[in-house]
Design a protein around this ligand. Structure first.
Ligand code: ADP
Ligand code: MG
Length: 228
């Protein structure tokens, strides 16, 4: 079964009398464990699509179904809880908290969730920090890291709650091309080992080459969908 199913998604932005159709009736199904790049020219709707998949924004019309749960059926609070529990983001600008160490940054999603005991939170954080190759940096602060290392921390933080899906909007845009490739290789390794579903947008041809599926959108419509 698809872990995620989008049906006829439209998203219209209204600004005064102006209407912009960011997504124009898009259909997309994602299976568990897929490693999907969303590509397309600037303004094609990539960010809008990722925000809707990530429950940060709601479609003007159409339906989003996660693992059999239509998001429409959830109230605002339940939707926010759902997002906190099951959806993770990796941001272009990392969004690490400067006064927290690497380990504390990675622990944060679980600390906020209050579902697990402190010892288990710590153990889980150290496990994902090891997975992204930063065990020796667990007690360092973000300012002591390179951009690539900060993005590794952001990946560890995204994984720690074992989400249904990890979303990343142009995650390598602030990195040089070699580091960008290392980061996408790391995402792919995690995807292969943990079967974590990744959906990321990118402009970068090198990053695209690592995708197992490439969804191309233009003017808010899906124009090609290629599995490799
Ligand atoms: P991409 O990420 O592919 O560059 P976006 O999803 O950001 O595309 O934007 C798709 C379209 O929607 C563009 O025409 C953009 O100008 C418009 N748009 C995006 N966000 C807003 C907003 N908050 N208000 C009005 N128009 C928006
Ligand atoms: Mg964008």
């Amino acid at each position: 079964m698809a872990i995620l199913k989008l049906s006829k998604i439209r998203r219209i932005y209204r600004k005064g009398d102006n209407e912009v159709t960011a997504l124009a009736g898009l259909d997309l199904e994602v299976e568990k464990g897929e490693f999907t790049a969303v590509v397309g020219p600037s303004g094609s709707g990539k960010t809008t699509l990722l925000n809707i998949i990530g429950c940060l924004d709601s479609p003007t019309s159409g339906e989003v179904v996660y693992d059999g749960t239509p998001l429409k059926a959830l109230g605002e609070k339940a939707l926010a809880d759902y997002r906190k529990r099951h959806v993770s983001f990796i941001f272009q600008s990392y969004n690490l908290i400067p006064v927290l160490t690497v380990r504390e940054n990675v622990e944060l999603p679980l600390v906020i969730e209050k579902r697990l005991k402190p010892a288990e939170i710590k153990a889980r954080a150290l496990e994902v920090i090891a997975e992204v190759g930063l065990s020796d940096k667990a007690d360092r602060f973000p300012r002591e890291l390179s951009g690539g290392q900060e993005q590794r921390v952001a990946i560890a933080r995204a994984l720690v709650k074992e989400p249904y899906v990890v979303l990343a909007d142009e995650p390598t845009a602030n990195l040089d091309s070699r580091t960008a490739e290392e980061i996408v290789e790391l995402m792919r390794k995690v995807n292969a080992e943990r079967k974590t579903t990744f959906i990321f947008s990118t402009h970068d041809k090198l990053v695209m080459q690592h995708a197992r599926r490439v969804v191309t959108i233009r003017d808010g419509e899906l124009v090609s969908d290629e599995r490799r």
